[in-house]
Design a protein around this ligand. Structure first.
Ligand code: G6P
Length: 497
């Protein structure tokens, strides 16, 4: 393991996340290459990092890789190694079989294992040491997501000169659920090592403040938490910073004639049905993929939808494929898809087109343009950036977004067709309503959604967060109001439609 002191690199701005923006992929012939990593975190942070000239500390997606820091498309990458056993205990175990289900309303039952927790502590320490080892004097460290909740306090203990932010990309659960966690106090203390703790929704921030009051008895005055330190208190800010995407770059891609041609080609490939519905998700039990398939299947069975008129395209990105709940989910979804197609396919037409792999961004934008109805039916989701990508891509002000109330995005995207995915009848009604909606209604809704997504883009999100960090820094040290100096965005700012 690299001792942090050995590094001579120093950065004013360091992002720390479990996953790097690129994954090391080994082909069957043994050759190695780098692929874009899955998930909303990377989608949101990549443009921020390109603009910031800092370093990104994270894991390269394969066990037992000890790589030197390197540059990738304008981002300095600092890999942290994980052993095969840590992968199983810290990542698949504690992060994705304990915290993930617990933080998503226990949709799947969380497992609690002490060896997993020990590994989580150990790996969090490694990330903290790496970040502390490369941060410049008085610099800023921004820690991301549930896999690294102990890192803020560990970094603070090692480097009290640093300003530390933490952003939770997933929900923070209500206390009644959170309190099941045997290590609930240590996690809250870990997070309170940060100066600013960001959440997706106001409800997440208040759940966290309540946990702090209940477990530690600290004074909280929204958004401030007073953490006793020495003879005084340290003020920590905990509040909502709803994340977004680089909206303009989606719009710009969608405006390219080659992408529009590809969208037409996709529709033709599907047999030019009257309606194309689309779902795009990591294959995760929080996404409500089974609920949407059930609603669709019933509409076909009841004859309220004609199988010849409609196609549902479901892109399911492979995810956490060795965790039992994900293995089971894949079986369930693929069984259901097989049943629907078995019941309603004809020569040349399948009511469901199911893809168990990801696509590059160009292809995704073409798919968004090809889809009349976008289905986001998550049972719980921190934000759901796919909903925002669809809206950002629809410069033609067409298309209907069906959006679950249980996503962070629904706090902002009020003119979507909001649904409760557990209410299958309601979901069916929404699907029919979306399919039958007039062009006028579609445009007026899409215009309102687009205003929101184009205004509140990822540049604004990170600027708001970094401004909050700068305020804390100014209060504390009475110096340097901007933790990044002059931040110049490279996210394109094309005129909006
Ligand atoms: C969500 C999480 C991210 C995670 C991503 C992909 O977006 O918030 O932290 O990186 O899913 O999941 P994975 O386990 O493959 O990193």
């Amino acid at each position: 393991m690299n001792a942090p002191q050995q590094s001579t690199e120093r950065y004013d701005f360091v992002v720390v996340s479990n996953r790097l923006p690129v994954d090391r992929v080994i082909a069957p012939d043994g050759s190695a290459s780098w692929n874009r990593s899955p998930g909303g975190l990377v989608t949101a942070l990549e443009p921020v990092m390109r603009a910031a000239d800092g370093a990104w500390v994270g894991w390269a997606g394969q066990p037992d890789l000890d790589l030197e820091p390197f540059d990738n498309e304008g981002i300095r990458i600092v890999p942290v190694p994980l052993s095969a056993e840590e992968l199983q205990r810290y990542y698949e175990g504690f992060s994705n079989d304990t915290l993930w289900p617990l933080y998503h309303d226990v949709i799947a039952p969380p497992s609690f294992h002490r060896e997993w927790w020990e590994s989580y502590v150990e790996v969090n320490r490694r990330f903290a040491e790496r970040a502390a080892g490369i941060a410049a004097e008085g610099g800023t460290v921004w820690v991301q997501d549930y896999q690294l909740q102990l890192v803020p306090k560990m970094v603070r203990d090692l480097r009290p000169d640093l300003t530390i932010g933490f952003f939770n990309h997933i929900p923070f659960p209500p206390y009644g659920i959170y309190s099941q966690l045997p290590w609930r106090t240590q996690i809250v203390e870990g997070l309170l090592g940060a100066d600013v703790i960001g959440f997706q929704r106001v409800a997440d921030a208040s759940n966290f403040s309540r946990a702090v009051r209940r477990l530690l008895g600290h004074l909280t005055r929204n958004p401030v938490i007073e953490v006793p330190e020495g003879a005084g208190v340290r003020r920590v800010i905990a509040k909502a910073f709803p994340i977004s995407i680089d909206s303009r770059s989606f719009e710009q891609l969608a405006r390219e004639p080659r992408i529009q041609a590809r969208a037409r080609e996709i529709r033709e490939g599907l047999g030019n049905p009257r309606t194309v519905m689309l779902g795009v998700d990591r294959l995760d039990y929080t996404k409500g993929i089974g609920h949407r398939l059930k609603a669709y299947h019933e509409l076909l069975r009841e004859g309220r939808l004609n199988a010849e008129d409609v196609t549902l395209v479901q892109v399911a990105n492979p995810s956490r494929e060795r965790v039992e709940a994900y293995i089971q989910l894949r079986d369930e979804i693929e069984l259901t898809v097989g049943r629907i197609n078995g019941d309603f396919s004809t020569f040349g037409h399948n009511p469901v087109n199911y893809m168990h792999h990801g696509y590059p961004r160009d292809e995704m934008v073409a798919l968004y343009l090809a889809a009349d109805v976008m289905l986001v039916t998550a049972l719980r989701d921190g934000m759901n950036l796919v909903a925002k990508e669809y809206v950002a891509s629809r410069f033609d002000e067409d298309g209907v977004l069906i959006l679950s109330e249980f996503t962070g995005a629904s706090d902002e995207l009020k003119r979507a067709l909001l649904i409760n995915p557990h209410d299958i009848e309601g979901l069916k009604e929404a699907m029919l309503r979306a399919i039958q909606m007039s062009r006028r209604d579609r445009s007026s809704r899409m215009r309102a959604l687009r205003r929101r997504v184009l205004e509140n883009d990822v540049a604004r999100w990170s600027q708001r967060f970094l401004d909050a960090l700068a305020d804390v820094k100014r209060d504390r040290h009475g110096s340097d109001p901007d933790p990044l100096g002059e931040l110049e965005w490279t996210v394109p700012r094309a005129p909006s439609s």
